[in-house]
Write a protein that binds this ligand. Structure first.
Ligand SMILES: [Zn+2]
Ligand SMILES: [Zn+2]
Length: 264
């Protein structure tokens, strides 16, 4: 079984837990140690349960809590060379640097980092697999690349950024330079881009789609849902919306029969 949940999703902090077999990893940690412990406990986890922390990039909503958490519980941290060189993740006790595109095996989880266009040093996102199932975690990218489409095709579950509604962004209170940044090819996906990416990836294999990293200022679930409905139809039971405060609860992918785990 592969299962996953979120401690929170959005520009005020992100962290996703993924668990397969006996291995549990945290992808990013944008929360304080105290807050991370509290949110892990709500999911029935403690920091001691984490085999590793995978970092996507150095922006503080993904990295702010990583080094303290890693130091306090001596958790190995995996990140790209560029993300380490940003200087925002100093003090981690056990660091493994990889080139995006280098495949990793951490315990029972197979992990493929995927390079994405985003305004950070060497950002990547992840596709994780166990027991014949795969999960794509794909937030913080400014545009659709053929590389991203190729690498995230055929996932059984996807956590996908629906960051902003373009009209709300332009009409909103962000300073002009920040609006430009968010809307650029190196910023974040707007609702229509996210829907288009989903169309290109195909939705046939998906058991779960999580609408994630929704901007509180520049988007709302209704607008994200309206864009999504052009691809998956209204009221699709596979869709879950991640919240900034509560993330989302455990979602499960049962093992493919005969692949890695005994049948129940
Ligand atoms: Zn970012
Ligand atoms: Zn972010």
């Amino acid at each position: 079984m592969l299962r996953f949940a979120s401690l929170g999703s959005g520009s005020k902090g992100n962290a996703t837990v993924v668990s397969g077999g006996t291995t549990t990893v945290l992808i990013d940690c944008g929360f304080s140690v105290r807050e991370t412990r509290r949110r892990l406990a709500l999911l029935g986890l403690a920091p001691e349960d984490l085999s590793a922390i995978l970092v996507t990039h150095e922006h503080s909503d993904h990295s702010a809590g990583v080094s303290r958490l890693a130091r306090q519980w001596n958790i190995p941290v995996y990140l790209t060379h560029g993300t380490l060189r940003s200087g925002r993740l100093e003090g981690c006790p056990q660091v493994t640097c990889f080139n995006s595109e280098e495949r990793l095996q951490i315990g029972d989880l197979s992990i493929e980092p995927v390079a994405v266009p985003h305004d950070a040093r060497e950002p990547c996102q992840y596709r994780l697999a166990h027991a014949g199932r795969s999960l794509g975690v794909l937030t913080d990218l400014g545009s659709i690349t053929s590389h991203v489409v190729e690498r995230f095709r055929g996932c059984d579950a996807l956590v996908l950024e629906f960051n902003h509604d373009l009209d709300m962004l332009w009409a909103g209170s962000y300073p002009p330079s920040l609006k430009q940044r968010v809307a650029s090819d190196w910023g974040h996906l707007n609702n229509h881009q996210a829907a288009e990416l989903l169309r290109q990836l195909g939705t046939e294999t998906l058991q779960h789609l999580v609408v994630a990293h929704i901007s509180e200022q520049n988007n709302c679930p209704q607008r994200a849902a309206a864009a999504l409905e052009t691809v998956m139809g209204a009221g699709d039971q596979r869709v879950v919306f991640a919240a900034q405060n509560a993330g989302f609860d455990w979602l499960t992918l049962a093992a493919v029969p005969g692949q890695g785990e005994a049948l129940q």
